[in-house]
Design a binder for this molecule. Structure first.
Ligand SMILES: [Zn+2]
Ligand SMILES: [Zn+2]
Length: 344
């Protein structure tokens, strides 16, 4: 089969021909119909988050059709349309048994620690497969497995409740999902801080309050817009010390800031006014849980989570096209997502 693999850190991905992987008794073989090209993949290619075992087929946002199942697999069958949860966990360690499988002591991320979806076929444990309703295109199913799932996990970690106000920092792929999910769950006012003027216009069109981060401190603007109260939940999706600080400072009493994006910078906060005196919380968010995926499918099926025409584009399973898409990701962070759709 064809597989586009990372062979050397810091180098372009390569077209390779490899054997179709064998399945174990609890595994499924999936013919990849769509695989999202994610910002993390650009980091893996560049060696920013180094991968130890190479070569590997990247790609952790995968949807496709089941080709074959192992003998102990009964809940899915060949022909089923599925999305794939990207963390392969043991299911029995200290963390798995407490519902925190992203910290599994032997966790493997597909497309990083084991071969992912930049290939014609992928093998995963059957319990990583979630049925994709017929009315959700494979491309949408694929990209929901990363940015939408992580946006949902951020709202869950922040213990978001109906009626609460939300501030979202950054309106890329994650922010696009976070806004729609907050609306679907009955948020009060939703503020989205962004610097890009085209994105600010689309924020307003989606029913949220755009906060132009170039026009003054967004935390101050949000405090003003809330009559000085601040918001209940904030989510940082930018990954800079500046926006993380703003996500904390815009909180109201008992507010929770969910920090999702990565930075190597440290942030400084004033413990008394910004945390203690409000009993505010700063919460780290890492990946998402398999148990969160069915709700995501339901929201996509009912149209509450949607990716309008123009927000997705496709390329073939071809190293030249995929490398070009990764180059584009390194240069900008729009919410136009590129998905590999292998030609048959
Ligand atoms: Zn991703
Ligand atoms: Zn485990």
């Amino acid at each position: 089969m064809k597989a586009v693999r990372l062979v050397k850190l810091g180098k372009a991905l390569e077209d390779t021909a490899v054997a179709v992987p064998e399945i174990g008794q609890a595994d499924i073989l999936v013919r990849v119909a769509a695989c999202g090209i994610c910002h993390s993949d650009a980091h893996y290619r560049a060696g920013i988050s180094p991968i130890k075992s190479l070569p590997v087929a990247l790609g952790h946002e995968v949807a496709g059709r089941i080709e074959a199942v192992g003998e102990s697999v009964h809940h899915v069958a060949p022909g089923d349309r599925v999305c794939i949860h990207y963390l392969v966990s043991c299911g029995s360690c200290h963390f798995c048994s407490r519902g925190h499988e992203q910290f599994c002591t032997t966790v493997q991320m597909i497309g990083k620690h084991r071969d992912g979806g930049y290939a014609e076929f992928i093998v995963v444990p059957a319990r990583n497969a979630f049925l994709l309703p017929d009315d959700i295109p494979f491309e949408v199913g694929a990209i929901m497995m990363c940015s939408s799932a992580t946006a949902l996990h951020a709202l869950n970690k922040a213990r978001f409740k109906r009626g609460e106000s939300v501030a979202i920092f950054g309106f890329g792929g994650l922010g696009f999902s976070a806004l729609q999910l907050a609306r679907a769950f009955g948020a009060g006012a939703i503020y989205v801080a962004e610097i890009n003027s085209a994105k600010l216009a689309s924020i307003a069109a989606l029913g949220a309050v755009p906060i132009n981060a170039t026009a003054g401190d967004p935390a101050e603007q949000i405090r003003e817009a809330t009559g000085g109260k601040g918001v209940d939940v904030s989510i940082d999706l930018v990954g800079s010390a500046v926006t993380m600080g703003q996500a904390v400072r815009c909180l109201g009493i008992l507010g929770r800031a969910a920090i999702v994006a990565l930075t190597r910078e440290s942030i400084s906060i004033l413990p008394y006014p910004e945390l203690i005196n409000k009993e505010a919380e700063i919460i780290g968010v890492s990946d998402h849980l398999a148990s969160e995926l069915p709700l995501l499918m339901e929201l996509a099926r009912s149209g509450k989570l949607h990716f309008p025409f123009g927000t997705l584009r496709s390329v073939d399973l071809n190293a030249t096209q995929i490398n070009a898409a990764l180059d584009a990701i390194e240069k900008s962070t729009g919410h136009i997502r590129t998905v590999i759709v292998p030609s048959t």
